[in-house]
Design a protein around this ligand. Structure first.
Ligand code: KIV
Length: 269
């Protein structure tokens, strides 16, 4: 039996200079495959709004939608540490609101921790969740739930803004987060912050100096049709595999080749 990843294993990985692998996951079959591959942490990201539910932004996804996916991912994994995003509107009002939402996720889905976006301003909320025994992953830099405040999908932490990024990272660490995602920030500053922090940093579009990497799996493995971020290396072309399979099935149905005798039942059997 494989043993489950715990927050201490991430701290250990950082101390020993081992990189941490993370992918998003939104359903049981893909989560089981990523778990079997040995991915350390599966993130039920609210990117599901875009890449699974076909929405324009992460803002509209609901707690119930996220909880359904989180339950499926947690059920399907034996080793990976499973974290779910708390969706927009479910935690920002107060630490008490965040705690109520996070407790629902922890009780009902089987996940091991939650991720919330924000730096200095969200630190008291992180502290409340951590004090209640809930592992928290921070998320700073480009934070999709604040896309309208940030002026769209743009790199954060350039020039003078690096000081704010550093302050956010330290606040998240001080509040007790077990790790922090750095999204779309210059590689140099991400590397510096990673060296300064005691907790592991997980980068996405943040260069090679972070303690781990995360990618949205549909971008990395070719299910996303259309544009993908330039930092998302393409490891497979799952979209075209499915397209070819669907076309082959269509052709067999139309020609009458499917189903054949072996794929049919005889009378009385
Ligand atoms: O929702 C998500 O997929 C994320 C990753 C981009 C880190 O937050």
């Amino acid at each position: 039996m494989v043993s489950r990843m715990r927050t201490r294993h991430f701290a250990q990985a950082k101390a020993e200079g081992r990189k941490i692998s993370c992918l998003t996951a939104y359903d049981a079959p893909t989560a089981a495959i990523f778990d079997e591959a040995g991915i350390d942490l599966l993130l039920v990201g609210d990117s599901a709004a875009n890449v699974i539910l076909g929405q324009d932004s992460t803002l509209s996804i609901t707690v119930e939608e996220m909880m359904t996916m989180a339950t499926a991912v947690a059920r399907a994994t034996a080793r990976a540490f499973v974290v779910s995003d708390l969706p927009f509107g479910s935690y920002e009002t107060s630490p008490a609101q965040a705690l109520e939402t996070a407790v629902r996720f922890m009780k009902q889905t089987g996940i091991a921790g939650v991720k919330i976006e924000g730096g200095v301003e969200i630190a008291p909320t992180i502290r409340t969740l951590v004090d209640a025994g809930i592992p928290v992953m921070g998320h700073i830099g480009y934070t999709p739930q604040s896309e309208h405040t940030l002026g769209g999908y743009v790199v954060q932490g350039r020039g003078d803004a690096a000081a704010k990024l550093r302050a956010d990272a330290l606040a998240v660490q001080e509040a007790g987060a077990f790790s922090v995602v750095l999204e779309m920030v210059p590689a140099a500053i991400a590397g510096e912050i990673s060296r300064e922090l005691a907790i592991p940093t997980i980068g996405i579009g943040a260069g090679n100096g972070t303690d781990g990497q995360v990618l949205v799996w549909t971008d990395a493995f070719g299910l996303t049709r259309g544009r993908t971020p330039r930092f998302a290396r393409r490891y497979a072309d799952v979209g075209n595999v499915l397209l070819d399979a669907a076309r082959a099935y269509l052709a067999d149905v139309e020609s009458g080749d499917f189903p054949n005798e072996a794929e049919s039942f005889e009378d009385g059997k």
